[in-house]
Design a protein around this ligand. Structure first.
Ligand SMILES: Nc1ncnc2c1ncn2[C@@H]1O[C@H](COP(=O)(O)OP(=O)(O)OP(=O)(O)O)[C@@H](O)[C@H]1O
Ligand SMILES: [Mg+2]
Length: 157
């Protein structure tokens, strides 16, 4: 499996990485074979590893004005993507306290198939059995220093 490792040295750098990835996705994904399904990104790594920080940059890269906070207590938040012909909604999920069957109850089968949706799931590893095979996996790890994180981007399959 191909993977890309990035070392960030501050929360700001992690945000920038999220922003950059979102911009790449906006430009490139129209060319990929994802036309019949949503784009799903699973964010993995322990508490405080940087998943929400990354998500904030990612939302900015999609042109979303609000700053996503951790959706832990609401599980899921949706934002409208206004400046794209290809994507309509950004959906931020926190799967820390839920199981796959709860996602099904929330309508996962429907919204994970809509090609206009970009879905980022914190703790996506907790609902791995329902993630599409083409999901992107981004893992966040502490590496000794309080402001450094090792971020690995790869594809599920
Ligand atoms: N290089 C870095 N990248 C990301 N966050 C960093 C970095 N250095 C320090 N931080 C800090 O680490 C914390 C990361 O918190 P964040 O809420 O993004 O983590 P999380 O993975 O979403 O945690 P949780 O599992 O509780 O949702 C923030 O306080 C942030 O400022
Ligand atoms: Mg979080």
């Amino acid at each position: 499996m191909d993977s890309l490792d990035i070392l960030t040295k501050s929360a700001e750098e992690t945000k920038k990485l999220g922003e950059k990835l979102a911009c790449e996705i906006m430009i490139e994904v129209g060319l990929l074979s994802l036309k019949k399904t949503a784009l799903v990104v699973s964010l993995e790594g322990e508490l405080g590893a940087g998943k929400t920080t990354f998500t904030q940059g990612f939302a900015k890269g999609l042109g979303i004005k609000e700053n996503p906070r951790s959706p832990t207590f609401v599980i899921m938040r949706a934002y409208e993507i206004k400046n794209s012909d290809r994507f309509a909604n950004f959906i931020h999920i926190d799967a820390y306290r839920i199981a796959s069957k709860d996602m099904k109850t929330l309508g996962w089968d429907e919204f994970s198939k809509k090609p206009g949706n970009i879905i980022l799931i914190e703790w996506g590893n907790r609902i791995k059995n329902i993630l599409p095979k083409k999901s992107l996996i981004i893992s966040f790890g502490h590496i000794g220093h309080k402001d450094k994180r090792l971020i690995r981007i790869c594809q599920y399959e």
